[in-house]
Design a protein around this ligand. Sequence first.
Ligand SMILES: *[C@@H]1O[C@H](CO)[C@@H](O)[C@H](O)[C@H]1NC(C)=O
Ligand SMILES: *[C@@H]1O[C@H](CO)[C@@H](O)[C@H](O)[C@H]1NC(C)=O
Ligand SMILES: *[C@@H]1O[C@H](CO)[C@@H](O)[C@H](O)[C@H]1NC(C)=O
Ligand SMILES: *[C@@H]1O[C@H](CO)[C@@H](O)[C@H](O)[C@H]1NC(C)=O
Ligand SMILES: *[C@@H]1O[C@H](CO)[C@@H](O)[C@H](O)[C@H]1NC(C)=O
Ligand SMILES: *[C@@H]1O[C@H](CO)[C@@H](O)[C@H](O)[C@H]1NC(C)=O
Ligand SMILES: *[C@@H]1O[C@H](CO)[C@@H](O)[C@H](O)[C@H]1NC(C)=O
Ligand SMILES: *[C@@H]1O[C@H](CO)[C@@H](O)[C@H](O)[C@H]1NC(C)=O
Ligand SMILES: *[C@@H]1O[C@H](CO)[C@@H](O)[C@H](O)[C@H]1NC(C)=O
Ligand SMILES: *[C@@H]1O[C@H](CO)[C@@H](O)[C@H](O)[C@H]1NC(C)=O
Length: 597
Amino acid sequence: MLARVVAAAVLALAAVVASASAAAAGDATYPVRWEVGYMTVAPLGVSQKVIAINNQFPGPLLNVTTNWNVRVNVQNNLDEPLLLTWDGIQMRMNSWQDGVAGTNCPIPPGWNWTYQFQLKDQIGSFFYFPSLGLQRAAGGYGPVTVNNRAIVPVPFNQPDGDITLFIGDWYTKSHTELRDMLDDGKDLGIPDGILINAKGPYRYDTTLVPEGLQYEIVGVEPGKTYRFRVHNVGTSTSLNFRIQNHNMRLVEAEGTYTYQQNYTNLDIHVGQSYSFLVSMDQNASTDYYIVASPRFVSSEARWHDVNGVAILQYSNSKGSASGPLPDAPDDFYDKYYSMNQARSIRMNVSSGAARPNPQGSFRYGSINITQTFVLKNESPLRIDGKRRRTINRVSYSPPETPLRLADLHNLTGVYKTDFPTMPSNAPPRRASSVLNASYKGFLEMVFQNNETDVQTYHLDGYSFFVVGMDYGEWTPNSRGSYNKWDAISRSTTQVFPGGWTAVLVSLDNVGIWNIRAEKLDNWYNGQEVYVKVADPLGYNVTEMIAPDNTLYCGLLEHLQKPQIHETSKKSSGHAVARWSTQLLATVSLIVTAVIGS
Ligand SMILES: *[C@@H]1O[C@H](CO)[C@@H](O)[C@H](O)[C@H]1NC(C)=O
Ligand SMILES: *[C@@H]1O[C@H](CO)[C@@H](O)[C@H](O)[C@H]1NC(C)=O
Ligand SMILES: *[C@@H]1O[C@H](CO)[C@@H](O)[C@H](O)[C@H]1NC(C)=O
Ligand SMILES: *[C@@H]1O[C@H](CO)[C@@H](O)[C@H](O)[C@H]1NC(C)=O
Ligand SMILES: *[C@@H]1O[C@H](CO)[C@@H](O)[C@H](O)[C@H]1NC(C)=O
Ligand SMILES: *[C@@H]1O[C@H](CO)[C@@H](O)[C@H](O)[C@H]1NC(C)=O
Ligand SMILES: *[C@@H]1O[C@H](CO)[C@@H](O)[C@H](O)[C@H]1NC(C)=O
Ligand SMILES: *[C@@H]1O[C@H](CO)[C@@H](O)[C@H](O)[C@H]1NC(C)=O
Ligand SMILES: *[C@@H]1O[C@H](CO)[C@@H](O)[C@H](O)[C@H]1NC(C)=O
Ligand SMILES: *[C@@H]1O[C@H](CO)[C@@H](O)[C@H](O)[C@H]1NC(C)=O
């Protein structure tokens, strides 16, 4: 009897929770439910726990069309807090859905939370991943493909097929062990391998690759053309991507159509995404290698043994791939090879895009710059005895209360807006400090890399024009070399060792947005900052209001309502405690009601 009453009460409460999240009106709605949990696999022959979504690793494809409303109901079955972020998805006027610690409270273990956002005016190839505490090093990522609406033309013929490849370095240690290493001030060292779609390398060399590893096979038909969407989701290694004997026609970089050119290989840095058209124009005498090999790494011999290798297999293939892998660029004495390749990636200014003219910034070369940030990284610095990563000598310390929520609730003291906009020799410090920027301004950001390895930086909420990169120190005179006509607009850029990269951004998206090192170890050690884009009087009225299902934590934890869980099998003590408190409260209410009547 009591059990039935409780069950009914739980159902009634669940209905209340469900109706609280109203559906967005207008364009099509795309609802999915994702269970995020651990799964045991052995991509490199060593059993390990990875993060899977609906038991898939990589996670499921979010296949959507411009302007659709997405609802992703995420059930956190991990034993840790979770946030998913959407790399390259602009969340227009809606930083509430960005899924980083500065905008959202984490989803506690055992809880679920529904992301709701519109893919406003976007098109292209993006990905999602878990943003907290190095979790991406355990997987949890998957593709977001935003298709064009029928009325929006695409500057190439419809390909015969669509193939997504996730490439990335990989450790057989768990993300918690890797975290411990970083906490102890250690480097992560050379990765154990490079995965392609979560699988180990094809056995191209019997001395280097053990028997029995599963590898990715891409099946194709002769004479057809496929769109390859390639994302580097690794921890910290830049990769050179190539397909043996095949030209790769670059057509898209993170949501912008490129000036189409053939490449035989392309450097793809951590966090970057590209689309290539590849024609199956070879004679299928054998299968072909698809390779992702490390770039800009130390000369240690062991790096040569670490390669991601998949197989391109024609339906009429006459035999398996054999022999050495296709050569990587031999540019040891030419430090401009990779930079020139990056500079050659330009926008096709005559092709339509989903959003061709963000706030008039198409002629971005003639807009006056209103603000400049020069953001410099250095080799790790010691702060309070700990080895930390910095930008302008500040190592970011994420407050427990998300910045955006603190602002909404007028909480002062959670963070400061005193992040230095220029490098200095100030003593290094940890701080919860953000950059101020003015809505409708035109921002110039210069990333200055004072280290000897390549960096990659990503900006949420925007795409920026990558107008220049070079070696040496940036000075205002460097502006003379900017590409003011057809620079690529994207959200993730590399910065070469001892060099700089300059980007221009039209500040048309109100909110608080993450700027981060995409290299996970650097990010974890504090190499990130937020930029607060608000009117001088505060956030603009056009920003979306906080969603009904907002989670509360930190100084606002008292506002959080308990959650009834469908699945509590893997929830933590904290969540279970809340769950049973809620049940008890419900039960006692009902019992009181029964006794009272
Ligand atoms: C993704 O959606 C597009 C457009 O609706 C469709 O043509 C395509 O087949 C879908 N792809 C997959 C893999 O489901
Ligand atoms: C949790 O999942 C349930 C069942 O799918 C759903 O009704 C509810 O809205 C979700 N809660 C949140 C906060 O998203
Ligand atoms: C640029 O875009 C136009 C218009 O869609 C297209 O016809 C042309 O082939 C593209 N050119 C290059 C080089 O990408
Ligand atoms: C690019 O590669 C394709 C496929 O190999 C080839 O058909 C085409 O002629 C190449 N284009 C140029 C400009 O070299
Ligand atoms: C097919 O490719 C093999 C290997 O490159 C080559 O030896 C052979 O001549 C090619 N055959 C034709 C018909 O092109
Ligand atoms: C840009 O600045 C120049 C001189 O500083 C000024 O003459 C020009 O009008 C400005 N252009 C715009 C579009 O504001
Ligand atoms: C925050 O301050 C604004 C302006 O003073 C006020 O309108 C708003 O109600 C305050 N919000 C909260 C949650 O106190
Ligand atoms: C940042 O903007 C806020 C208003 O939004 C202002 O109070 C504060 O002084 C600004 N900080 C700096 C360093 O300019
Ligand atoms: C780092 O900065 C110092 C001081 O500006 C400079 O002397 C040094 O060459 C820089 N190193 C690199 C790798 O950029
Ligand atoms: C907010 O932006 C709109 C245009 O998007 C503008 O008309 C309005 O004046 C702005 N509001 C404030 C408070 O600045």
